[in-house]
Design a protein around this ligand. Sequence first.
Ligand code: C2E
Ligand code: CA
Ligand code: CA
Ligand code: CA
Length: 275
Amino acid sequence: AKTLGARSIQFFSASDDEAAARRRALERDLSSALANDQLWLAFQPFLDLGNDRIRGFEALLRWQHPTLGPIPPSEFIPIAEETGLIHSIGHWVVKTACLAAARWPRDLRVSVNLSVLQLKNKTLLDGIVVALAEAGLEPRRLEVEITETVLISNFEETISFLQSLVSLSVTVALDDFGTGYSSLTYLRKLPLSRLKIDRSFVQDMLTDADCAAIVRSLVELAHELRIEVTAEGVETPEQLDYLRCVRCDEAQGYLIGKPLRIGEIPGIAAEPVGQ
Ligand code: C2E
Ligand code: CA
Ligand code: CA
Ligand code: CA
């Protein structure tokens, strides 16, 4: 792996546009990243605001490139999608997250992010079923997070896929709610257990009265629809207080816990699983 990474750097002449060169290097190296154990999962906790207990963890993908160092998912997930690698990588994420969660206390769930392209792959459902069975994880302990942008193309197909998951007892969360193409239709038609309010709302809600009203109303609306609410990107005790005050169900963010290697989380089984 190391020689491959080094070679990819030397391959391009100095006149190459740096960003384009980096992009090509990443494109090529991502295909072997999985086989070379460069991918790993960080886990970030969800805090239950009702009882102050940790309810579970979200799996966040990490790529440690041998020469370029850590590559953020915002940079390599789009590459994985364009190259089609997202299917094998996404399957590895589900499998690894299920194996990890199977070692946690049984009241903790794990959530994984699913990309738009993954939902189009007919083998995803089978992959999830097999991952759950092989890990011995109860399906109700797995949640999938999808973003609104995922939904724009073939809505009906997405609904039926999500319904298949729900019939297995896997739960579905709508991620980054409030950004992009939010539509109340999604809340009405998708079999959602959870709505995750985007970090941008949490960031502004204490300085912007309109933003505070949106957060408060979203929680109310979701509860009317029997959907739980998780606020993302909580960084201050004041934000946490406000969220408690408006009866938000869960909080996630640096204040509660940064994404960590599973072995670094206190009280959680440290045996390495695919890491
Ligand atoms: P996301 O699902 O919305 O994940 C939340 C992002 O916010 C994570 O960034 C997390 O590290 C960051 N974050 C959490 N708490 C805080 C906070 O208090 N303050 C701030 N400033 N940031 C916080 P990360 O890990 O860089 O992931 C970025 C995005 O990449 C994710 O956004 C998700 O859309 C995508 N992603 C990550 N892992 C996977 C994966 O396995 N599959 C797919 N398809 N996408 C993934
Ligand atoms: Ca997410
Ligand atoms: Ca999010
Ligand atoms: Ca996001």
